[in-house]
Ligand binder design. Structure first.
Ligand code: 6GU
Length: 227
């Protein structure tokens, strides 16, 4: 999968996408992420990409021209994108099912918003999907875009060591993950549940499923009711 990202602050995304599972996905050639500095398509030699909003009011708006030129150029080079995603607090809430759907695409473009956001005409004429990562406001779309790329990247076949492990993540079946333990079996008298030490895989599966249900009912009854 190829993901292009357009941003006024490309540095913000470097670190989260350069370690651990995201690094492995890229090293293995399963995921290719390219961050494009919007200033490359600035309207003048001062690097201008934003301007005051019509109608007045505080806050700058990202201009049409740099974005439109950037998208046209990238699309010409890379072929048509499956989705052109705009990261914005007023987008649709990002959930595991969105990550699942996006992980099956070949080529994505993500636009990170800044300031007051991007000119509405880009949203009307280019953007095919608008994503928010939750009901709070971040200072820009970069960290949100890194969240989306991480959630998608780890789902690509071959990225995780144990191919099946993503299937058992929290949310994959609308259930939270069960508790996990590692050695020692007794730490300061705090004991690991006997069933996990008993060596009966069927009993372990049953226990984990019960614990998932219990956790979901207690902590996220909203998820449980969706079942
Ligand atoms: Cl995608 N962008 C910004 N700026 N704030 C957010 C967000 C996105 N999602 C939640 N808050």
């Amino acid at each position: 999968m190829k993901i292009d990202i357009i941003s006024v602050l490309p540095e913000l995304m470097e670190s989260p996408l350069s370690h651990s599972i995201m690094k492995r996905a890229q090293d293995k050639g399963l995921l290719q992420v390219e961050v494009h500095p919007l200033r490359k398509w600035a309207v003048n030699k001062h690097g201008q990409v934003d301007d005051y909003q019509f109608g007045g009011g505080a806050g700058m708006v990202m201009m049409c021209e740099p974005l439109a030129t950037a998208i046209d150029e990238l699309q010409e080079k890379n072929g048509k994108y499956d989705e052109i995603i705009y990261m914005t607090p007023d987008g649709a809430r990002f959930e595991q099912r969105t990550a699942n759907i996006l992980s099956m695409k070949q080529q994505l473009l993500i636009i990170c918003g800044h300031y007051k956001g991007i000119d509405e005409r880009i949203r009307e004429h280019y953007v095919t999907m608008e994503i928010s990562i939750g009901d709070y406001v971040l200072s820009g779309g970069e960290i949100a875009a890194a969240v989306v790329v991480d959630a998608i990247g780890r789902l690509l076949p071959g990225v995780l060591n144990d191919e099946t492990s993503a299937l058992f993540d929290s949310f994959q079946d609308n259930l939270l993950a069960p508790p996990v333990y590692t050695r020692p079996a007794d730490f300061r008298g705090w004991k690991v549940p006997d069933v996990l030490l008993g060596g009966d895989p069927k009993k372990v599966d049953e226990w984990r499923h019960e614990q998932s249900i219990k956790r979901t009912k207690e902590r996220r009854p909203d998820l449980y009711d969706e079942e």
